[in-house]
Design a protein around this ligand. Structure first.
Ligand SMILES: O=C([O-])C(=O)C[C@H](O)[C@@H](O)C(=O)[O-]
Ligand SMILES: [Mg+2]
Length: 429
C-alpha cells in the first residue's frame, strides 16, 4: 500500500442557490464551492469540499503544490504546511464578511478554511485505502445516525427577473404563514423535527410572530431563531423574554462577545453562536464571561474534523454545548459533518445544514434524510462518490461566469432588487 500523494486536483464550481434572505441581503443565484481531490500513488482518490470564493482559491492553489510526495496519513503535517502559505493582508478583517456571516477573518481562519478540505480528502483516501470509514479514523462512532434541523429562511419565490437562475420549487416565504408552510414541507420531505429560522430580515416583532406561529403549528418541537447579530442587547432581551417558553436557544442575537455576555446575563434562554466564537483564540474570553452556552462548530473554518473534535472536548470541559453550523454546502461536506458528528459524545442539538436548499450536487447519489437524520456511512472513507460529469458541468458554469459569482456577496445580490441597499449597520434593531 502506497499512501504517497501523487496528484492534487482543485475544481472551483458554481452551484444553484435559491433567493434566501438574511440580514445582509439575499443569496445570489449561484454560489462558489471548491472541490478538492487528493490522489495517492495507488490511484485512490480522496475528496473534500470548502468555500470557493477567490480568497480561498488564492490560498488553495499554492497550498496544493506542497502536497505531492507527502502521505495522506500525515494529517498533522497538513496544518504546519498550511502555516507556510502567505495570506494577503487585504483579506484579513475583524469585520463579519458580506455574505458569510461567520465571524472574523483572521489569517489563520482563512488558512484553516482551506486546509480543512484537504484534511477531509486525505482522511477519505486513507479510509478507502484501509477499508475503514472516516468515523473509524476519528476514533469511532458513538451513534448510528446524526440529526439535522430544518433550516428555515425567509425567501422570495424567485431571484430578480433580470438575473438568470435555476428555479426552485419552494415558493415565497415572507410572513409567519409562509414560514410555517415551509416548515411543513421540510418535515414532510425530510422528517425534520427541529426548526431554525434565519432572522434579522424583518423587524423583531415580525420574527417573534413567525416563531410563535411555528410553536403553534409544531408544539413541543425545538425552535431556534438566528438574526446574525442584528439586534441590540435591549432588543435581544425583549425577544428572549417573549419567546422564552418556546426557544431551544437564541443564536447570535447581538454581535460580539461583550454584547452576547450582556444578553446572556439577562436571560435564561441559552445563547448559541457561529459568530462570536469561530476560532480557538476567541474561546477563553467568551467562556470566562459566560457569553455563549452552545458553540456551533463548522469543520470548514475550525480546521477540519479533528479540530472539531478538539473544540467539542474544550466545550465539554467548560460545560458549554456544541452543535454544528452550516453555510451553503454540498454532499461531500454533509458526509464529512455526519462522520465527525457521529464521534462527538455530547451532541445534544440537531445540526444545521443548508443541503436541502441545494438542488445540485457533485455526488453520484445524493445523501438522504430519514426522520431528519443521516445514517452514518460504514463504507470506506466518507462513503460518497464523485460524479465527474456533474463536477465538470458545474465547473464549466464557473468558467463561463465573468466573475459576478466567483465571490459570494449577498449585499450586491440584494442591490439588484433594491439599488439603494447597503448592508445594514449593526445593531439594526
Ligand atoms: O447560522 C448562520 O449564521 C449561518 O448559517 C450563516 C449563513 O451565511 C446564513 O445566514 C445564510 O446562508 O444566509
Ligand atoms: Mg448562525
Amino acid at each position: 500500500m502506497d499512501l504517497t500523494i501523487k496528484d492534487v486536483r482543485l475544481t472551483p464550481i458554481l452551484i444553484a442557490d435559491p433567493p434566501l434572505l438574511n440580514t445582509q441581503g439575499v443569496h445570489q443565484p449561484y454560489t462558489p464551492r471548491l472541490i478538492v481531490e487528493v490522489v495517492t500513488a495507488d490511484g485512490v482518490t480522496g475528496i473534500g469540499e470548502t468555500y470557493g470564493d477567490s480568497k480561498y482559491l488564492d490560498l488553495a492553489r499554492p497550498y496544493a503544490k506542497k502536497l505531492p510526495g507527502r502521505k495522506v496519513s500525515d494529517v498533522n503535517a497538513l496544518f504546519t504546511l498550511g502555516d507556510e502559505v502567505d495570506v494577503d493582508r487585504s483579506r484579513i478583517s475583524d469585520q463579519v464578511d458580506v455574505g458569510g456571516l461567520r465571524g472574523v477573518q483572521t489569517a489563520d481562519k482563512l488558512r484553516l478554511s482551506v486546509v480543512s478540505a484537504f484534511e477531509v480528502a486525505c482522511l477519505d483516501a486513507l479510509g478507502k485505502t484501509l477499508g475503514l470509514p472516516v468515523h473509524a479514523l476519528l476514533g469511532g462512532k458513538v451513534r448510528d445516525a446524526v440529526e439535522y434541523s430544518a433550516y428555515l429562511f425567509y425567501k422570495w419565490a424567485d431571484h430578480p427577473e433580470a438575473v438568470p437562475h435555476e428555479k426552485d420549487d419552494w415558493g415565497a416565504a415572507i410572513d409567519p404563514a409562509g414560514i410555517v408552510e415551509q416548515a411543513r414541507r421540510f418535515k414532510e420531505r425530510y422528517g425534520f423535527t427541529s426548526f431554525k429560522l434565519k432572522g434579522g430580515v424583518f423587524p423583531p416583532d415580525d420574527e417573534i410572530a413567525a416563531v410563535r406561529a411555528l410553536a403553534e403549528a409544531f408544539p413541543g418541537h425545538p425552535l431556534r431563531l438566528d438574526p446574525n447579530g442584528a439586534w441590540s442587547v435591549e432588543t435581544s432581551l425583549r425577544v428572549a423574554r417573549e419567546l422564552r417558553d418556546v426557544l431551544e436557544y437564541l443564536e447570535d442575537p447581538a454581535l460580539g462577545t461583550s454584547a452576547m455576555a450582556e444578553v446572556a446575563a439577562g436571560t435564561d434562554v441559552p445563547l448559541a453562536t457561529n459568530m462570536c466564537v469561530t476560532t480557538f483564540a476567541e474561546i477563553k474570553e467568551a467562556f470566562a464571561r459566560d457569553a455563549v452556552q452552545v458553540v456551533l462548530s463548522d469543520h470548514h473554518y475550525w480546521g477540519g474534523l479533528r479540530n472539531t473534535q478538539h473544540l467539542a472536548a474544550i466545550c465539554r470541559t467548560f460545560g458549554v454545548g456544541v452543535s454544528m453550523h452550516s453555510n451553503t454546502h454540498l454532499g461531500i461536506s454533509l458526509a464529512a459533518m455526519t462522520h465527525v458528528a457521529a464521534t462527538v459524545p455530547d451532541l445534544h442539538h440537531a445540526c444545521d445544514s443548508h443541503y436541502p436548499w441545494q438542488s445540485e450536487d457533485v455526488l453520484t447519489d445524493r445523501l438522504t434524510f430519514t426522520d431528519g437524520r443521516i445514517t452514518v456511512p460504514d463504507t470506506p472513507g466518507l462513503g460518497v462518490d464523485l460524479d465527474r460529469d456533474r463536477l465538470q458541468h458545474l465547473h464549466q458554469r464557473w468558467l463561463d461566469d465573468n466573475g459576478t459569482y466567483h465571490d459570494r456577496d449577498d449585499e450586491s445580490a440584494m442591490r439588484v432588487a433594491d439599488p439603494t441597499w447597503t448592508t445594514p449597520t449593526v445593531p439594526r434593531w
